[in-house]
Design a protein around this ligand. Sequence first.
Ligand code: G4P
Length: 528
Amino acid sequence: MPSKHATETARRRTFAIISHPDAGKTTVTEKLLLYGGAIQLAGTVKGRKAARHATSDWMELEKERGISVTSSVMQFPYKDCIVNLLDTPGHQDFSEDTYRTLTAVDSALMVIDVAKGVEERTIKLMEVCRLRDTPIMTFINKLDREGREPIDLLDEVERVLGIACAPVTWPIGMGKRFKGVYHLARDAVHLFSPTHGGKVQQGEIIQGLDNPRLDEVLGTQAAELREELELVMGASHSFDAEAYLAGQQTPVFFGSAINNFGIQELLDDFVVYAPAPRSRATQSREILPAEESFSGFVFKIQANMDPQHRDRIAFMRICSGTFRKGAKLRHVRIARDVRIADALTFMASEREHAEEAYPGDIIGLHNHGTIRIGDTFTEGEALAFTGIPNFAPELFRRAQLRDPLKMKQLQKGLQQLCEEGATQLFKPLTNNDLILGAVGILQFDVVAHRLRHEYNVDASFETVNVQTARWVSCADERKLEEFREKAAANLSIDHGGDLVYIAPTRVNLQMAQERWPEITFSATREHG
Ligand code: G4P
């Protein structure tokens, strides 16, 4: 008989949704929770957002800007599986966060708007998925509206994203003529009914494409469907589970998330075909989820999730072994053992204390400043998971304080917010500036807002003469020391304590690189 560890691991499905803003990611998430039984009535995710909004000003900013800046984790059971859905921020300024979240999943769901097709953000996210051959399912959304021809959309996905498409369901009409979907493998039509009252959509199921009942309810659309399907089956790939798992083919589903339609088909096939936890690379060896010894890595840190507790949570993806409450784990980077008494799990409805967790699960650790993004925890082995980078920021601003007496709070606030990884803090060696680096301009607003509301510090960000940054290292200690002395005016220490070259111009950087060939200038920093 398989061990509990093996059984629990095999039923985990850990994934994220990738999409262009507005395609319907939030709505699909909500409907997955509805079908997963985690919520009873659709409308609650937005409702919850509103409720939280009352207690968190950060959410207020989200609402003002119409963007989602938090990444949360939701766990819910579906059939025999435990599904972990990792939410990713949709706005492009937070793409690093999304990037790192995608390192913690085993598969992804791509949501596409039927009227808009493949959009720019989808292309970028797909590139990230491709780096690790992440298996991808596709949901084409908003079939209750007029959109592009389904066959053209599949063609576009294949052409633009370079992945073969295998339709699993096929839509019957769209917009006002949208009647439902046909499941190719099950040879069954699921009829659409636009009234659902926020509840799970039941709708009639008609077995068999030749069933006369189909002509009865669809009229002329039944013949159209049969004709179209003949064409589709001739022209497209049939679903191949292996090609899907290798990231070479995406099964495609159609539906209307807002109407709870097409989600059930998606979820039913998702739990069957989506991969259970996969193995992960470390600097020394491959870690298999079946290994009994515990290992996991931190892919995200979030400060002040609950403003009443002013906590900082490190999100850890479990890669092997079983986590048990009170476990003693090795924090590899700082070579220290810590007892984890109060890790959190993220059930869809609330945060709860974790008693046990398995590969694929995400647990939240309380962070008091010692945990960084990319950190590995094990039961003793000195492992380091790879592929969780920080990128060199492209925008820089100097923090300017309105009240000089608040310097301590400012430093603390910046330090803690930068641990989250969306922004990075640089302290020059030769002056007392606090320079913030980010990939997107909106992040400065977010930091200013959060400093005000979470740390009671009024700060603004002014332009500073820095154009780019590189982490520096050198195998030769003496050479590094010499560089540190000679180039001190351009050097700074980041919030993780690493040495960084901050260049006023790209030409300056280039000259420094030519002058110091022994020094490595890196545009990414692995391990937080
Ligand atoms: P996002 O997280 O990907 O940004 O998308 P979100 O779910 O917020 O959906 C974006 C808009 O598309 C929302 O409308 C949402 O109601 C709508 N939408 C989602 N699924 C469907 C669908 O199946 N059919 C149709 N017709 N619309 C859909 P909104 O007006 O921006 O917001 P709201 O006022 O409805 O909340």
